[in-house]
Design a protein. Structure first.
Length: 150
C-alpha cells in the first residue's frame, strides 16, 4: 500500500522553515535600514526623542537611524519663520532635536538635502519648496481671501 500524504512531522518542519525564512526576510533587515523622515513620528511613538549633533553623531531612545545631512530647523516665532539655533550640550552642538510625547510630536519645518519636511503634531509631510512648506505649516488654504466675507 502506497502512502499518499505527508506525515505530521514533515508538515511541522516545513512550517518551521517558512516561519524562520519569513522572519529573516521581513524583520531582520529592518534593524539596519535607514528610516524615512516621514516615519519618525511612528517610530518614536508614544514617547521618544532623537538628537543629531554637528559632528554627525546621533542619540535616540529607540532604534532610529536619521538620514539627513546638515539639517536646518525653522520655527514659527513672532509671525515669521526663523532658523532655530540650539545651545551647546555636552561639548557637542545639536543641529536637530525631535521629541514625541504621548504620541504628539513637535511642530517645525526641517530642511534636508532631499527636500523640505513639515513636522506637525500628528504628521510629517515632505514638500518640495520652502513656500509650500510654510503654507502647509500655517494652513494658508483656510485663510480668508482678500475681499471675501467671513
Amino acid at each position: 500500500m502506497r502512502k499518499l500524504g505527508f506525515s505530521l512531522i514533515e508538515l511541522i518542519i516545513v512550517v518551521l522553515i517558512i516561519g524562520i525564512v519569513s522572519f529573516l526576510a521581513v524583520k531582520f533587515p529592518s534593524f539596519y535600514l535607514t528610516s524615512k523622515i516621514t516615519d519618525l513620528l511612528d517610530e518614536l511613538s508614544p514617547n521618544g526623542k532623537i538628537i543629531v549633533y554637528k559632528n554627525g553623531n546621533m542619540q535616540s531612545d529607540k532604534k532610529v537611524v536619521f538620514d539627513c545631512n546638515n539639517p536646518e530647523v525653522f520655527e514659527f516665532i513672532n509671525g515669521e519663520f526663523e532658523k532655530k539655533l540650539y545651545e551647546k550640550e555636552d561639548e557637542k552642538t545639536p543641529v536637530f532635536k525631535y521629541k514625541v510625547k504621548n504620541g504628539i510630536g513637535d511642530s517645525f519645518i526641517l530642511k534636508c538635502q532631499s527636500g523640505w519636511y513639515v513636522f506637525k503634531p500628528f504628521s510629517i509631510k515632505k514638500i518640495n519648496t520652502k513656500e509650500e512648506a510654510e503654507d502647509l505649516f500655517l494652513n494658508k488654504k483656510y485663510f480668508p481671501k482678500i475681499g471675501s466675507y467671513y
